[in-house]
Each structure stands twice: as C-alpha cells, then as structure tokens.
Design a protein around this ligand. Structure first.
Ligand SMILES: Cc1ncc(COP(=O)(O)O)c(C=O)c1O
Length: 395
C-alpha cells in the first residue's frame, strides 16, 4: 500500500524512543527526559493576552492570506532589522510558515528533481535528509568535526550535481556558533558552484548575545534562503510559527508549492506572534538566565559521566563527547553515544540523546537538552550518581 517515496523513511527516532520511555513510565520508572528540545517555559504573557483578545473577536476566524498577515510580515521585517541588521521588504521577501520544519519540506518540493543532490551537515537535523528523500533528491553528507570547529571543510566537498546545501548555525546538535568568515566563505562557495543555500537559524537567540543571520553578508540574497522560528526564542514551539526569508523570486517559487498545501495561519496566532517578535532584550535575557543556570547543572551531569564538552557552545542543548569506555565500563566494549545513552536510561531512568541519530559523525557523542527544570536535572544527577556508585549509596 505504501508509496515508494516512503521507502527508506523511518519513523522519527524520537517517536520510537518516546514510546519506549512511555512503556518504562507505565512500568513505574518515572523517566526524566533530557532528550527533546521543546521549551518548557511559557511565552511572554502579552503574547498569550493578544491571542486571547484576538480570538474573542468575531471577525478573526476566516481563511487568511497565503502570504500571511501584513502585520506579522512587518513584525518579522522589524525583527530582522533590529537583531540581525538585515533590511527586508515586508511585502515580497518574507513568507510566514507553520513552523520552520514545514519550510524544509516546501523548499525541497519546490526545487528538487529526481536524483538532484543536496549537501547536508553530518551531524545535523535529521529532517533535512527525510525531506530531501521525500522530494526525490539524494542526500550527500558533508562531515563536521570538532577539529574543524564543526565548520564544513569546503575543500573536501564534491559539488558535482549539487543543487541545494543545508547549513545551520548556531549548529544543532553541536551548539557551534558561526563566524563572519564562515558566512562569507559559504556565500562565495554558493556563488562559485551555483548552489542555493538553505540556512536554518532557529537557535540564534538561545544563550547567545549576538544573533547572526547569513543574510547579513553582502550578496547573500542572491544565493540564500533563511529559515527562522519562534519555537525556541519565543517559547512558542507548539504554536507552529516560523518564517522563510529570501529574495522575491524565491518567495514566489516556494509559495507556488505551499499555497497548494495549506492556507494562512489563524490570524490571532499571527498577531500574537507579531507581539512576540517586538519583545525587547529583557525577554531574551530572562529566558537565557534560566538556560544558563540549567546548563551549569548539565555540565555537572556530564562531568559525572566523564564526558568532555566545549563551554562555548550555544543553543538549548549541550553536546558532549562520551568517554572512551562505557559507564560503568565493560571489558572490550567501545563507548558510543548510543551505549552511553542506553546505559544511563536503563541504569538511572534518565534519557539523554545519542549523538549518532544526527548522523554517524555524532556516534561518539550525546546531546543533553536544557528544556527541563533545574530540580529535574539535579534529580538526574542524583540518580546517575547512585547508578555509578551503588556501593556508596551514590555518594
Ligand atoms: C535545527 C532545527 N531546525 C528546525 C527545527 C524545527 O523548528 P520549528 O519548530 O520551527 O518547526 C528544529 C526543531 O527541533 C531544529 O532543531
């Protein structure tokens, strides 16, 4: 029955793992989930108030424009100007999305023909490859390594037949920040090889004071589509609000596909999103203060597991190298992130994500989410300690 295009598209790792965790919880294990990056903090109260007030009005319930409300598009343009110093035409260079994830699919469906090659970061967000495959394209990994600061090695990339390249800085899962030099190299590379770059930018405000857009580089609008999101920076993951930023031609091309898939978002959601984008530095400082505290605890947890990590990473995760032997060590066994993740899950009922699900370049790593209350991270530390040091009662 299944279509051919679904062949090779597995169920998303987290949906399978969450089922297992669910079963463990039903068996009374009370697993602490430090896996998923879904903000547990609420949006700003004014954002919720706007949604409530607007949805109580009788005239806000109709179908909306495919291009989104002009109020939201203007708010996005102002946000880009204020924080990224990028000038955008609110009428023609912005397309609101129902979360940036759908944009990844729309872009692939808009540009890929059967067999077109797409460069993808390894490790990177698994959705890129699924979307490329669903659209009939071919995934070509470019490997990121700690030695190269998790930046692409442009000299090692085979560009033959490549149409698109996905990049994502601050990078998920490694937490690596971009540099201006990297961004300039990307634009030059795209122009030299006629590649359209898709820059996925949902993490630029998390634990980072200087958000950067690839579109701030001169000439970027010729070769870049940027995706951005309110999921992380405004704590609105469940609201599904994202955006695509590009030159008019690209926006029109993607809209040609998207307008056949869905209609504009519920107007009160768009107006509340506009409110969220107008929040000042206080807002970002307030959420980052919480994440910074949690991150200190996560560092402690990782120290306990003998993991090594960079303290300069940003975003809502900590990416860490698993120790050379499993925890607790077993003879002749190599510790990969998967083994460490399973050992911690089954030994202490705490879930941390194995880095290998982001590509085999992440095999030796784990990723710990900061979307969990500090007390829960503390409890995780206690549980792991008790698991590692049973004879001392965890001391
Ligand atoms: C790198 C990356 N891109 C995109 C997304 C999707 O974000 P959105 O909620 O805007 O669809 C995520 C969510 O986890 C992500 O980690």
């Amino acid at each position: 029955m299944l279509s051919k295009r679904l062949e090779g598209i597995g169920e998303y790792y987290f949906s399978t793992k969450l089922r297992e965790i669910d079963d463990m919880n039903k068996a009374g294990k009370n697993v602490i989930n430090l896996g998923i990056g879904s903000p547990d903090l609420p949006p700003h109260p004014d954002v919720i108030k706007t949604l409530q007030e607007e949805s109580a009005k009788p005239n806000t319930h109709a179908y909306q424009s495919y291009k989104g409300s002009p109020v939201l598009r203007q708010a996005i343009a102002d946000w880009y100007k204020t924080w990224y110093n990028v000038e955008l035409n609110a009428d023609s260079e912005i397309l609101p999305l129902i979360g940036s994830k759908e944009g990844i699919m729309h872009i692939c469906m808009t540009y890929l023909n059967e067999g077109d090659k797409v460069l993808l970061p390894n490790p990177g967000y698994p959705t890129y490859c699924s979307a490329v495959k669903l659209a009939g394209g071919t995934c070509m990994d470019y490997e990121l390594t700690a030695e190269n600061n998790w930046f692409p090695d442009f000299t090692a990339i085979d560009t033959r037949g490549v149409k698109l390249m996905f990049v994502n800085y601050p990078q998920m899962p490694t937490g690596q920040l971009p540099s201006i030099n990297l961004f300039e190299q990307l634009i030059a590379f795209a122009k030299q090889h006629s590649i359209l770059i898709i820059h996925d930018n949902p993490y630029s405000f998390i634990l980072n004071d200087e958000p950067m857009s690839l579109l701030s580089i001169a000439g970027a609008k010729d070769v870049v589509i940027e995706l951005n999101s309110l999921s992380k920076s405004q704590n609105m993951a469940g609201w599904r609000v994202g955006m695509m930023i590009a030159n008019k031609q690209r926006i029109d091309e993607v809209l040609r596909f998207k307008s056949n898939m869905d209609s504009g978002m519920f107007l009160p959601v768009q107006l509340a999103a506009a409110k969220a984008l107008a929040l000042g530095r206080d807002w970002y400082d307030s959420i980052n203060a919480v994440y910074a505290q949690r991150r200190l605890k996560v560092f402690q947890l990782l120290d306990l597991l003998n993991c090594s990590y960079s303290k300069n990473q940003v975003g809502m995760f900590v990416w860490a190298k698993a120790p050379a032997s499993p925890t607790p060590p077993k003879e002749g066994q190599k510790a990969t992130g998967y083994e460490l993740s399973d050992a911690v899950l089954y030994g202490s009922n705490v879930f941390i994500t194995p880095g290998g699900i982001f590509g085999n370049a992440g095999d030796g790593y784990v990723r710990v989410s900061l979307c969990c209350k500090e007390e829960k991270i503390e409890e995780s530390i206690e549980r792991i300690n008790a698991f590692l040091n049973p004879s001392t009662g965890g001391a």
